[in-house]
Design a protein around this ligand. Structure first.
Ligand SMILES: [Zn+2]
Length: 160
């Protein structure tokens, strides 16, 4: 999904709604435990009180992440809304705009790829590590635990 002129899209207050299959989002592949399902995307164009273009991007999806502790799937509902300020590529951005926490500046060079934008935002929203509240490592782990370095040393000493 490409928006050819995002500034016009914003000025005219247009709205785009759609879904992207998670299986199409290759950059997410490593982070997800399950690649079926869809991301619901809403992009709302508008103009702020200073007359500058803005885009409100809302994303929701029922993501499944791998739990690093038990290695099972963890349901992780994604629900984010970000306010973006599109600026033409190479256009100087005022310092105060970069420091503005309410808006993330995005450089626009030609058409806006909504799927790539959604993928960027999901990657930003994903937790570094998410575990189930209550779960235990698989039983296999305990038996496969490597011998402590001291035990290995003791074994070496006996041999010599
Ligand atoms: Zn777990």
């Amino acid at each position: 999904m490409l928006i050819s002129d995002v500034f016009q899209f914003a000025r005219e207050g247009r709205v785009w709604k759609g879904v992207f299959p998670l299986s199409q989002m290759e950059r997410l592949a490593d982070a997800l435990a399950r690649h079926t399902g869809e991301v619901l995307v809403t992009l709302v164009g508008g103009v702020d009180d200073r007359g500058q273009a803005q885009l409100v991007l809302s994303l929701s999806a029922d993501l499944r992440l791998p739990c690093p502790r038990c290695l099972q799937e963890l349901a992780w509902p994604l629900a984010v809304q970000t306010c973006l300020r599109p600026v033409p590529a190479g256009h100087p951005v005022e310092q105060e705009e970069l420091l503005d926490d309410d808006h993330d500046v995005i450089e626009i060079d030609g058409a806006l790829d909504v799927q790539a934008l959604a993928e960027d935002e999901i990657l930003l929203a994903l937790p570094l590590m998410a575990c189930h509240e209550h779960c235990a490592p698989p039983q296999m782990r305990e038996t496969a635990e490597p011998a402590s370095p001291f035990a290995v040393l003791a074994g070496l000493r006996k041999k010599s």
